[in-house]
Write a protein that binds this ligand. Structure first.
Ligand SMILES: [Zn+2]
Length: 136
């Protein structure tokens, strides 16, 4: 069954074909600055599976080249309310990183990225069996 998430003002909606079974938790500094604060929970998907609705044309794109990986990524956020929506990775144009925070239910993380960036007081936040980084 498809699920739909949205930004705080409802202008941008993202529909996924199914509830993802798991998420990716990312501790990179830029995701924190983009609104994750401590970390960011994301669904890494095939771009073709997500339907993004932006009926008011408020979605803004920021080309972020000052990343921990050194790769430029494109952050998409609502220009009306500021909610982070998704990230595109030009090195992997078929992929889309959708913010799990758009959805009412968030699947537990089974992957983590940039764990070395965790603040000392947040080291206790860990997933049981982290897999390889899904993206860089
Ligand atoms: Zn919004």
């Amino acid at each position: 069954m498809s699920i739909q998430g949205h930004c705080n003002c409802g202008s941008v909606r993202v529909t996924l074909p199914d509830q993802p079974a798991s998420s990716l938790i990312c501790f990179c500094l830029n995701f924190r600055r983009a609104g994750g604060v401590l970390a960011s929970l994301n669904y890494t998907l095939a771009k073709s599976t997500a339907i993004v609705s932006d009926s008011k044309s408020v979605l803004k794109r920021y080309h972020d080249s000052n990343t921990d990986s050194g790769n430029t990524i494109i952050r998409n956020f609502c220009g009306n309310c500021g909610s982070s929506v998704m990230t595109e990775v030009p090195l992997h144009p078929e992929a889309l990183i959708v913010k799990a925070s758009l959805f009412d239910h968030i699947a537990p993380p089974n992957q983590e990225a940039f764990a070395e960036k965790k603040m000392d007081w947040a080291k206790g936040i860990a997933i049981e069996k982290p897999s390889e980084q899904a993206f860089e």
